[in-house]
Design a protein around this ligand. Sequence first.
Ligand code: NAP
Length: 517
Amino acid sequence: MLLTGQHLISDRILVSNKEIFRAVNPATGKLLTCEFAEGGSEEVEMAANLAERDFDLFRQTSGRKRCELLEAIANELLVLKDLIIERANLETGLPVPRLEGELGRTVNQLRMFSQLVVADDYKLMRIDQAIPDRQPLPKPDLRLTQIPLGPVAIFGASNFPLAFSVAGGDTASALAAGCPVIVKGHPAHPGTSELAGRAIQLAVQKIGLPDGIFSLIQGSGHDLGSALVRHPQIKAVTFTGSQAGGRVLFDLAAARPDPIPVFAEMGSVNPVFVLPQALKKNHQLLAEKYTEALTLGVGQFCTKPGLLFAVKGEELDDFVQVVEKHLHRIRPLPMLHLGIKQNFNHKLKKIKLLQGINCVGEHGSSADESCDVSPALLLLSAADFLHQPSACEEMFGPSSIVVECESQDQMLNMAKSLPGQLSATVHATGVEDIICRQLFSILEKKAGRLILNDFPTGVEVCSAMNHGGPYPATTDSRFTSVGSTAINRFLRPVCYQNFNNALLPQELRDEQELNKP
Ligand code: NAP
């Protein structure tokens, strides 16, 4: 299958006379094949109108039909697997085994939602039967279910070119809910986006659904994203990326005449608290695991532990030395694109100017056009941490700050000072239960996922997962972007009062009526 460089909006090939852009190989700095058309408001208008046209038909499909669609997308992705992985490797510099794992995860996410929507339980129905002779007033028959919101705009993430991109969890959960999807592909991996988009288009055709339920618009400028968020037919937005980008899109959506929800997953420093007994017992192993977590995927995970708090002393010195030793063995690796590398260098430079900061791990990124960077470890005292809020900002890349505390009580104060997070971790032994409980009681108010004696980087895709958290980690802490409850972002409740069985949605009808032939 050859790349066309065109947007995927129905079967229309838009031979626009507008600008084009090309992907860059982050490992070599060289331009890759295929010119991609820059999308703008014309493409947004076309895709949004098609999505609105087909919304009514799509929202009324059975769960079984949507299950078939999601299964078909998973199958088409597997047919294109080799092409997708080859292109994603060129466009992102991520190693092939990582991309194979990510494609597996993408397929599993689609299958998880396909299974979820076969039964109606995900709509969380409630039935309150009428009590006509209730005094002083009769109670009406009230029945509650959930319906899809409408067309959803999805911003693909740069750091997960498959699992959080065109056919990723946002698309899977929106389609599962019955919402048409318009994806704005991330400009760093347009070829990967096109291949995944074509797998979705093929699946839509094969299942016999209307083509307006999925479009992919490519582009490398802010205007396209803004036009999408502002379009009156768009009813919700999902985003994974920078705090600046997420916040701009959130504000744009709030300023519409009809504000819509924006589910933006942005930055997080995912603090790790290591209690003294745990450090004493395990410092070698903890140092190894912490190094792995902060350098995994060249530190380009929203769950990377960016801050580690421990009480100062000999054990902490030993721990830091072991981390340093591990970091020195790690060769420079490319980040996803030049912009992310420059951002990382800029943030690191800013952090190195903090009062009292000590850079113990060697950092050196190449000055050339490649995106290579080396990891960095920094040390800061708790007192210096507390009066410099920028120490809490996400440094997207392979770096972390160890904060040296005077006491366990000071660790509690550190926890209290933190902004919202995706995750928060405590390492403790059984003898540290009291302080551990105190820490979690503070961290519960700060983070969407609490972790005991592990590291935050792996995010399991399952029904009990929460990948969200208070602002600035996300723009809506009540929802998750990973796991089966991610579907709730695209549903809204509707209550039916005094309806007879014939007029009620199927899932709210009385059972004996449902069972009638
Ligand atoms: P990004 O700059 O936030 O971009 C993500 C997507 O949003 C892109 O499609 C981008 O398109 C669009 N966008 C961003 N700002 C916009 C605006 N003001 N108006 C309209 N559209 C906008 O993220 P990135 O390129 O992936 O990486 C940049 C930084 O984001 C990283 O250095 C890192 O700090 C952070 N990041 C965080 C996470 C996380 O999970 N926490 C993940 C990835 C990246 P255009 O650029 O084409 O407009």
